[in-house]
Design a protein around this ligand. Structure first.
Ligand code: ADP
Ligand code: MG
Length: 495
């Protein structure tokens, strides 16, 4: 890796690599959540026996005619609204012609000149506080292809058509992204929006969400450079690695006096590098023309209005509401709304119980303790062993001073492993915080008598008091009320 020269601008937010600006645009394929395929009634279920979810339409038997699945159309419109995009009341299905063994029709039905959704935008919050606005160029509906299997039989390749004809939304961004981190954050945000809408499950491991990434480099202020497209990335981590590698590869070529050829490339996760796949195809290579078996798709304004009216609260709106209602920081609110189920758990938690619970305390517990524990065991919050009511009871015990924050973590752990009512657990195991002055005085005096030299230290440097607090807490098994201990120690030592 080349070093940045010492005199180059070093402002914190610079995204340049050795003085070069990276420009990225993405084409995301999101599988439409629907029971049936885009133009047939066959099931979209994942993981069936090969060729068990294939209708005659998907197998391209002669004379079969496609029929548009209205639910896929509604899902595309919902997604378009969620992307703050223009919905086109008239769109057209085209044939994109190419040959491949897992594409029995010899063409893919897609949308070319007239997509169902036009320009929109996605706002992406970066960890440093910057909000990046990513323009959406379009969203169109198209069919997925089948799958060629090359490792099942020594003598031949096999084809599984279960995926053939499944509905995809291709979402194309403008070249608005400027770093691998921005591209990764964009895909994370897009995934959150799709999952809120329920229009794509966002499962990248199953290939239900995957991205082609276009990368070019230029000097700041110059016009766009020639791009390469890296195909079919199915993890957010790979997207970051592929962009970093590709940008550095291009910079090296240009700095050595070469020129970038517009190529389609593949990312090799084992080597962490991209390699050439084929020269870039042009639209005319595909001989696009309107599919004569399908009429143009026309939507009524009332259908769009109805879908709009029934949309759930989306992540940006929820985040703003959490900041406003609960006085949370942008960071906390952003973490809580990233998954709809987490936001729902948080709201059930603070609104449960008698009085309203403290949102900041609740946010800390959900973001740190609960999420940390769930991640450790690879569990989803919907399957959390600690319910919102149980965590709420722990928060109530802290708020009323019955247990310390430290003991609360132990109680949480007990509830996680054994279940049960936190209050009953605290009573049965005698975990209540000790605020009783007589009991605390005995502990404090014991520690002071045993450590006369340390008492001298504290008189010289009151900050050394912390050592005594720690000793008393330890002697109490973590149950002493730290504030009461602190006050007592000061009085006894006279600082
Ligand atoms: P094509 O039709 O050849 O795929 P598009 O114009 O539709 O090309 O662009 C495809 C993607 O490439 C879009 O996401 C777009 O933002 C991105 N893109 C276009 N030009 C550049 C560039 N110079 N550098 C990086 N990305 C680009
Ligand atoms: Mg393209």
């Amino acid at each position: 890796m080349m070093k940045r020269p010492m005199d180059a601008p070093t402002h914190k937010k610079s995204k340049l690599i050795d003085g070069w600006e990276v420009v990225i645009g993405m084409e995301v394929h999101a599988q439409v959540t629907s029971k049936a395929k885009l133009f047939s009634g066959a099931s979209t279920a994942f993981g069936g026996e090969p060729n068990s979810h294939v209708s005659l339409v998907d197998a391209a038997a002669p004379g079969m005619l496609p029929v548009i699945n209205a639910e896929c159309v509604r899902q595309a419109v919902r997604t378009g609204i969620g992307l703050k995009a223009r919905i086109n009341l008239k769109s057209v299905f085209d044939r994109k012609n190419y040959f491949y063994p897992d594409l029995p029709q010899g063409y893919q039905i897609s949308q070319y000149k007239s997509p169902i959704v036009g320009e929109g935008e996605v706002l992406v919050d970066m960890p440093d506080g910057e909000t990046v606005r990513v323009g959406i160029e379009r969203l169109h509906l198209e069919q997925d292809a089948g799958k060629s299997l090359h490792d099942q039989n020594a003598a031949m390749s096999l084809v599984d058509l279960n995926r053939s004809g499944v509905g995809l939304m291709e979402i194309v961004t403008k070249p608005d992204l400027r770093s691998a981190d921005e591209a990764k954050a964009f895909l994370g945000k897009l995934r959150t929006i799709l999952r809120y809408l329920g229009t794509c499950d966002g499962d990248m491991e199953k290939g239900n969400l995957r991205a082609d990434v276009n990368v070019s480099v230029r000097k700041p202020g110059a016009s766009l450079g020639t791009r390469c497209e890296i195909k079919n990335l199915n993890s957010i981590r790979f997207i970051g690695q592929a962009i970093e590698h590709e940008a550095r590869r291009q910079i090296e070529i240009i700095e050595d006096g070469g020129a970038i050829e517009q190529k389609t490339r593949l990312f090799d996760p084992d080597k962490g590098e991209t390699r050439s796949m084929r020269s870039k195809e042009e639209a005319h290579d595909y001989r696009y023309f309107p599919d004569p078996d399908l009429l143009p798709l026309e939507l009524s304004p009332s259908l769009v209005a109805d879908l709009q009216a029934h949309l759930p609260e989306l992540p940006d709106e929820k985040k703003a509401r959490f900041m406003r209602y609960y006085a949370l920081s942008g960071y906390d609110a952003g973490v809580l709304v990233a998954e709809r189920a987490t936001a729902a758990f948080f709201e059930a938690l603070i609104n449960g119980g008698e009085g309203k619970r403290d949102p900041k305390l609740a946010a800390n517990w959900v973001i740190n303790e609960l999420t940390g524990r769930l991640n450790k065991e690879g569990k989803d919050i919907t399957a959390s062993p600690v319910s919102d009511a149980q965590l709420g009871a722990v928060l109530d015990l802290i708020a009323e001073g019955t247990i310390s924050g430290k003991i609360a973590k132990d109680v949480f752990e007990i509830v996680w492993n054994e279940g049960g009512d936190p209050r009953a657990i605290v009573e049965a195991r005698g975990l209540e915080q000790v605020s009783d002055l007589a009991a605390l005085e005995k502990l404090v005096d014991g520690i002071i008598t045993a450590n006369p030299d340390k008492v001298g230290d504290v008189r010289g440097n009151p900050k050394a008091l912390g050592w005594f607090v720690g000793q008393v807490m330890k002697a109490s098994g973590g149950k002493a009320n730290p504030q009461a201990v602190n006050d007592l120690l000061k009085k006894r030592i006279g600082v």
